[in-house]
Design a protein. Structure first.
Length: 146
């Protein structure tokens, strides 16, 4: 899963190497526009936008590698810590729309109880603050290992 905040283009890779498509979930008011792949390739070629298309593909590839590094081959605490550090960087308005539990469960295969156990211990240790409903307010300092 990838989170974007500004205008963004999805599907460039799929126009070059067809796949099944995308699943998108919006968390704020959004406008989605669709264009056929053939038309998109024609516009990219006519306007010589291949450099921009390549930059977009590189961004998505780098994000997938980043996401995999966050989740794969790590202990539960490290995965949760990484997602908390990512989450605190979100604008406050977005953080107040999605609970910590939902944010982490949507992006990992961790169980609800595993996530809640770590969050409870972090809150008791005064490492994080969250309000009723599990909305992240503040991170004081998260230990590397817990």
């Amino acid at each position: 899963m990838i989170t974007v905040y500004e205008a963004h283009i999805f599907g460039v890779a799929e126009t070059l190497q067809p796949m099944q498509g995308h699943q998108l979930r919006v968390e704020t008011d959004s406008v989605l526009l669709r264009i056929d792949a053939e038309e998109a390739i024609k516009i990219i070629s006519e306007l010589n936008l291949w450099k921009e298309a390549t930059a977009l593909l590189a961004y998505h590839t780098a994000y997938l590698a980043y996401r995999d590094a966050l989740v794969l081959q790590q202990r539960t605490y490290a995965v949760i810590r990484n997602h908390l550090m990512e989450m605190i960087l979100l604008p406050e308005e977005m953080r107040m729309r999605v609970s910590i539990l939902d944010y982490i469960q949507d992006r990992t295969h961790l169980s609800r109880s595993s996530i809640l156990n770590v969050l409870s211990a972090l809150k008791k240790g005064k490492y994080i603050q969250f309000i009723r409903g599990g909305y992240l307010q503040h991170i004081e300092s998260l230990p590397e290992k817990f």
